[in-house]
Structures are given as structure tokens and as C-alpha cells.
Design a protein around this ligand. Structure first.
Ligand SMILES: [Zn+2]
Ligand SMILES: [Zn+2]
Ligand SMILES: [Zn+2]
Ligand SMILES: [Zn+2]
Length: 218
């Protein structure tokens, strides 16, 4: 292993649909991430399903949270960078069954192993890049950048989770408010609110009655 803790990191960067390390990771409002192509094919299947209500439902395969609409998710850039960094930091174990190199392990420009991270271009680079395109760029060790990105990703995921919790709380509060208004309206004891509700209902209803009467009388 290239560095301690990369096993745990690898688990975090694993898509629960294909069980592989993310390729183009996207993150849902519930905080769960998947490969873009995996979540899209999951939603393609859900979109084909015929539901009795006729309504389409899109879910998160991990927590089963439902979304009324198919979400348009953008690539989670930080996760994607972290995947690149993880791949660049991997010690290539000699595997006979795998003759084709793992995608993202070589420099797409020069085909050499990725050794450094260019902060200017925000990508992992090879030794040839360091003396050519990235000569005047700010470069750091892959491992240093990985640590930094890992912290950033943790922070982002924590924030997303918090935001999801806040939204859930807000929805619950709104539901409580709606049900308390309903109770008050049904309550026969006269009080200001229900009287107000009845009055406003009457003011909507009354002109309608009046108009109906007029139509009938002519
Ligand atoms: Zn996947
Ligand atoms: Zn989820
Ligand atoms: Zn290169
Ligand atoms: Zn560069």
C-alpha cells in the first residue's frame, strides 16, 4: 500500500452500485455518491417502471430516499480529484489477469505514470508534464494533495449531510404546522383563527353563490 489509510479511503470512494471506485462521481442531496453512469442507469430502470399512481419516483439506491423528479447532478469535482489522486498514489501490484492499465493511472498526454499534482491545473501529472506544460506551475506531492482533498471531501460530505437533516427538520415542522391548522379549523369552538378561516372561506364562497343565483334568475 502506498500510504496508510488508503484502504479506508478506497471504501469511501467506492460506488455501492458497481462496487468499483467512482468514475465521474455525483453526489445526491441525501449525501450519497455514485458513478454518474450507475445512478443514471438506476434511474432509467425506475423511470420505466409503471406505478399505479402513474407518478414516477426516483430513489437513492443507498438510503432509499425518494425524489419526485429525476435530479440533474453535476460531477462532484473534489471526489473526482480524490479518485485521481488515489489512483496515482497506488503502487501498481503485478496482476497477471490485468494486462490493460487501470484508467487514469497514466498521464493522458504522455502516457507516463502520474507522480505529482499540479495545483495550477488541478490535475495529476507525469514526469514529462513537470518539465514541459507544468514547468512554471505550482506542483505538490500526490500524497500531500490527497490529504488536503480528503479533508475537503469530508467537510463537504458533512455539510451535505447537515443540510439534508436541516431540510428534513423543516419539512417536519411544516407538516406539523399544516396539521395544527387543520385541527384548529375543524374545532367547533369559536376562536379568532377558525372564525377568520370561516370568514375568509365565506368571502370566497359567497360571491359564487350570488353569481349562481343571478344566472338562475335570468
Ligand atoms: Zn458505479
Ligand atoms: Zn441516499
Ligand atoms: Zn504528462
Ligand atoms: Zn500544470
Amino acid at each position: 500500500m502506498a500510504f496508510a489509510g488508503s484502504q479506508k479511503l478506497e471504501e469511501k470512494l467506492c460506488c455501492c452500485i458497481c462496487l468499483e471506485i467512482f468514475s465521474t462521481p455525483v453526489t445526491m442531496p441525501c449525501g450519497h455518491s455514485f458513478c454518474e453512469k450507475c445512478i443514471n442507469s438506476h434511474w432509467d430502470k425506475e423511470g420505466e417502471e409503471e406505478r399505479p399512481s402513474g407518478q414516477k419516483v426516483y430513489t437513492c439506491p443507498e438510503c432509499r430516499k425518494t425524489f419526485p423528479e429525476r435530479l440533474k447532478l453535476n460531477k462532484t469535482v473534489q471526489l473526482d480529484t480524490l479518485v485521481d489522486l488515489l489512483r496515482a498514489g497506488e503502487v501498481p501490484a503485478p496482476r497477471e489477469e490485468k494486462t490493460t492499465p487501470v484508467k487514469g493511472k497514466e498521464c493522458p498526454r504522455h502516457g507516463r505514470p502520474l507522480v505529482l499534482y499540479c495545483r495550477t491545473e488541478k490535475r495529476v501529472i507525469c514526469s514529462e508534464c513537470t518539465v514541459k506544460e507544468c514547468q512554471d506551475h505550482k506542483k505538490v506531492l500526490v500524497e500531500d494533495e490527497r490529504k488536503k482533498q480528503e479533508e475537503l471531501v469530508k467537510e463537504t460530505l458533512r455539510k451535505t449531510q447537515k443540510e439534508a437533516e436541516r431540510l428534513k427538520e423543516e419539512t417536519q415542522k411544516m407538516e406539523q404546522q399544516i396539521s395544527s391548522v387543520k385541527v384548529e379549523f375543524m374545532d367547533p369552538t369559536p376562536n379568532k383563527t377558525s372564525a377568520f378561516c370561516r370568514n375568509s372561506l365565506f368571502s370566497i364562497h359567497f360571491p359564487l353563490v350570488e353569481r349562481t343565483v343571478k344566472i338562475h334568475s335570468c
